[in-house]
Design a binder for this molecule. Structure first.
Ligand SMILES: [Fe+2]
Ligand SMILES: [Fe+2]
Length: 130
């Protein structure tokens, strides 16, 4: 996953966390199968969980109206990542793993960042106290 300006939400901390997540997902894709990819997925899972917590804090601080929908999207993604982790651990074919990673992680992340995360960051920027 290559970072692009179009993914910027305007919140610099959120953006730098997204960049790190993109970098980790790319690393997962490059590793494909084996021991290394399992540990990268574990690290990605932990990093993503703390990123989601950070976003959820921003939404609560700014009384974001769509907080429960956004939180649900995060929960669903965590479930997908955990399911993917299982499949990757049991699948030795890097091509199959790559197809799954692209389908689940890459598509979700790009859609979520371009849609929900941008809306959330705009709301936060417009409502936080000066
Ligand atoms: Fe989010
Ligand atoms: Fe995010």
């Amino acid at each position: 996953m290559i970072w692009d300006k179009k993914y910027e939400t305007g919140n610099s901390q959120v953006d730098s966390e997204h960049k790190e997540i993109f970098r980790l997902v790319q690393q997962v894709c490059d590793e494909g199968a084996g021991e290394a990819v399992n540990s990268t997925i574990n690290f990605l899972t932990g990093y993503t969980l703390s990123h989601f917590k950070h976003e959820e804090r921003l939404m609560e601080e700014s009384n974001y109206p769509a907080v429960s929908v956004h939180k649900k999207q995060h929960e669903d993604f965590v479930k997908e990542v955990l399911a993917l982790k299982e499949r990757v651990a049991n699948e030795t074919d890097p091509f199959k793993n790559n197809a799954d990673i692209k389908k689940v992680i890459v598509n979700w992340l790009t859609d979520h960042v371009l849609g929900s995360d941008k809306l959330m960051a705009n709301h936060y920027a417009n409502t936080r106290p000066v």
